[in-house]
Design a protein around this ligand. Structure first.
Ligand SMILES: [Zn+2]
Length: 361
């Protein structure tokens, strides 16, 4: 098919008051109208969809905000981490050059719109699709829940999202996932703190949760409520302790009985409630990394609410993704009803240095 002569193949030269040109950048550009920009963005979205079966999830302008809402996506999802690219590169390597003229492409690639913040992307775009819908609405709900958690935490159940979480957890306990007896899990202690307390490093009691009076708020436990936090591998335990380079003792503990499990780490896409639980597990409501001694921060109120829901429904434990180790999973045994020697046995103890958390994107 022959191309029209001249620099305009698709766009028209509209009057100056109905058209714009890229701002503050060097180069010969054409003027384009907002409608022409919309048509170009629709075609570009289709290109992204056909190449990646996905869409633009954020741009430089809203990347930090995306990551704050969805810390688990930015940390764990390879697709998110590998499918970021310079917006000009993405346009130039699409099929759009050839439909629009070189002069039009050189203009319109400045007007690729981020579907999340609606800004024109200046450098990079990230291409990723959540496995649940309504992310935009859920982001608003996350903000509302974090605010309620911070200001009036006892009123969380007035929020519809919180009510849906409670209802789902109560209904799913009828056919729960389970963790079998005989499962090996790991718990780290800093060696110097075992020594200060005069405990034996080869005694199970050294790996028990501290007595209630010393227990501060944690990701899933209220202050004064001891819970047993365990990791899926020694390396996860060594990272979770949050003291890279510190000498640690890491115990391999084996479960003595089957535990019913609220599983936030291995969600079944076919199961009912998947979209709700996947949004929850990906979000700042349960997956915010711990920074410093920030347990009192508003992010951790909702994870404790989830633990309350799980305890009330009758679950023994929650499995959740590590915020330190990309492959890692953790198990928290919720307010164990038995002393530690009724829950787990001590298999072995090894010494290891605390590990640094994996890089966050
Ligand atoms: Zn954006």
């Amino acid at each position: 098919m022959s191309k029209p002569a001249g620099p305009r193949w698709v766009t028209t030269s509209a009057p100056a008051d109905e058209s714009i040109r890229p701002d503050g950048v060097i180069g010969p550009f054409l003027t384009v109208t907002l409608d022409e920009i919309d048509v170009f963005n629709d075609a570009f979205s289709d290109e992204i969809d056909s190449d990646f079966a996905s869409s633009i999830c954020c741009c430089d302008a809203c990347y930090a905000d995306f990551r704050a809402h969805w810390p688990d996506v930015a940390f764990r999802e390879m697709e998110f981490q590998t499918q970021s690219m310079e917006v000009f590169y993405a346009v130039d390597h699409s099929r759009l050059p050839g439909i629009w003229s070189p002069a039009e492409i050189s203009t319109l690639r400045h007007f690729v719109q981020c579907g999340r913040c609606m800004e024109f992307a200046t450098h990079n775009i990230w291409i990723y699709e959540h496995t649940f819908s309504d992310a935009e609405k859920i982001e608003v709900e996350i903000d509302q829940l974090l605010t309620i958690g911070d200001q009036t935490p006892f009123l969380l159940l007035e929020h519809e999202f919180a009510r849906r979480v409670l209802a789902h957890i109560r209904s799913a306990v009828i056919a729960p996932d389970t963790l079998p007896a005989g499962q090996s899990l790991y718990r780290a202690r800093v060696s110097s703190s075992i020594a200060i307390l005069g405990q034996a490093t080869d005694a199970l009691v050294a790996y028990a949760p501290p007595p209630a009076r010393y227990v501060q708020e944690g990701r899933f436990n209220h202050a004064g409520t001891p819970m047993l936090y365990l990791a899926s591998t020694p390396e996860v335990a060594a990272a979770e302790i949050g003291m890279p380079g510190e000498q640690c003792h890491i115990a391999e503990l084996r479960t003595l009985r089957e535990l019913t499990l609220l599983d936030l780490a291995n969600l079944d896409e076919e199961a009912s409630g998947y979209a709700l639980m996947r949004a929850l597990a990906s979000s700042a409501l349960v997956a915010a990394p711990r920074i410093g001694e920030g347990w009192q921060k508003k992010q951790y109120v909702f994870s404790r609410f989830v633990a309350d829901c799980a305890r009330s429904a009758g679950y023994d434990a929650i499995r959740y993704a590590s915020t330190k180790n990309i492959e890692g999973k953790n198990i928290v045994i919720l307010a164990p009803s038995l002393p530690i020697d009724g829950m787990v046995s001590l298999v072995s103890v090894r010494e290891m240095l605390g590990l640094a958390a994996a890089k966050r994107y």
